[in-house]
Design a protein around this ligand. Structure first.
Ligand code: ATP
Ligand code: LTN
Length: 346
């Protein structure tokens, strides 16, 4: 919809403000094809229609112990992957979470509007506590509040994420509605955006579990930056069943997962894939998936290598992105503080 602006001489049309997207990935490991298919690829698709803000969420990553030098390097790498996947810093705001201090401040405030019981029900907290039994810290527990702060700080309309983030997104909506209910309209209540194909890519080593970049077994995931031989080898080793037919169906988690990945990279439907591999075995299919993924990711890898040689450029993007993000963040936080009754002196 366009809003009409009347001037004395003429009537000009000003396009209505675009809706806003916010999303992020943790720099907690090498980004996988799960992150790519479930999230980043859709960021690119949506990027022309929306006003997009994409963040490297380093504050989220420290809920699990990180080696400082690795965290620093991965923060650059994650940003470089965003750009290499086609998200230009000119058309999208790209920044690092810890460079905009309002995230942590809003998170504290929203924590006072989030119930202990709500956080206790989060399945990611249960999963990660089981995996990190020696470090079940409060940050791991309140992680969804920080995620809500990320989203609500920018008044985002849409949040493109994979299926594992659905529960966190629903909690962000509950928190926004609760706050709005008490103080009047303050936050936009965000909607989730999930890909039609690939909202949950599973591990190649255990196809009943989500593919995860922090998996200790590197054969479980394919990293966006794995070289072609490694990608092809990992797909050849992918766990499948004892059947031989390439067919999507119950009890065929491994093949279903490979078909989903192949479909995401080729745009072919499951029926078309079944027809393509009729009479051929799993071996041929696994090779085809490996080669298709390796080819599809080649341009990303090449652009990534180029970008990582230019740290000054990446730092420029970070600085510029943080300045743009701060403009929005300052306004939301100030509105929230005013509504709460915090004294504001100029
Ligand atoms: P970690 O292993 O450190 O928890 P992760 O691989 O699960 O990390 P996140 O940084 O938590 O990745 O997720 C970034 C985005 O990628 C989120 O939108 C998430 O939903 C999506 N995503 C992550 N893994 C998958 C997957 N296996 N399939 C589909 N989407 C995924
Ligand atoms: N929790 C998300 C990462 C994340 C995020 C966000 C995603 C942090 N803040 C805001 C979307 C919007 C995850 O993928 N683990």
């Amino acid at each position: 919809m366009s809003e009409e602006i009347k001037t004395t001489e003429q009537t000009v049309s000003k396009p209505a403000a675009k809706k806003r997207i916010f999303s992020g990935v943790q720099p907690s490991g090498l980004l996988t094809i799960g992150n790519y298919i479930g999230a980043i690829r859709n960021w690119k698709t949506l990027s022309s229609e929306y006003d997009c803000i994409y963040c490297v969420v380093d504050e989220h990553a420290i809920t699990v112990r990180q080696v400082p030098a690795d965290l620093r390097r991965r923060t650059y790498e994650t940003l470089a992957i965003y750009i290499a996947c086609g998200l230009s810093p000119e058309d999208n705001v790209l920044f690092v979470q810890s460079h905009v201090h309002q995230h942590a401040e809003l998170s504290w405030i929203l924590g006072c509007y989030t119930m202990f019981g709500e956080l206790s029900r989060m399945t990611q907290f249960k999963d990660k506590s089981a995996k990190n039994a020696d470090n079940i810290n409060a940050g791991l527990f309140t992680y969804p509040v920080l995620m809500a702060a990320d989203i609500l700080l920018y008044q985002a309309d849409l949040v493109p994420v994979g299926l594992d983030q659905k529960q966190h997104l629903e909690l962000a909506r509950v928190i926004a509605e609760r706050f709005n209910g008490v103080y009047g309209d303050t936050f936009v209540v965000p909607d989730g955006y999930f890909p039609k194909v690939g909202m949950k890519i599973n591990s190649l080593a255990d196809p009943t579990k989500k593919m995860s970049k922090s998996d200790t077994n590197p054969n479980g995931y394919v990293a966006i930056l794995d070289d072609p031989d490694t990608i092809i080898r990992k797909f050849r080793r992918a766990v499948t069943d004892s059947d031989t037919e390439v067919r999507y169906g119950e009890g065929k988690d491994g093949i279903n997962n490979l078909m989903t990945i192949y479909s995401a990279f080729t745009g072919r439907t499951y029926d078309e894939i079944e027809a393509e591999f009729e009479g051929k075995g799993y071996g041929d299919f696994k090779n085809a998936v490996g080669e298709t993924v390796a080819d599809g990711l080649r341009p990303v890898r090449e652009e990534f290598d180029r970008l990582m040689k230019d740290k000054a450029y990446l730092e420029g993007v970070m600085k510029d992105g943080a300045a743009k993000a701060s403009n929005v963040a300052v306004r939301t936080l100030s509105k929230v503080q005013r509504k709460l009754g915090f004294v504001q002196v100029k």
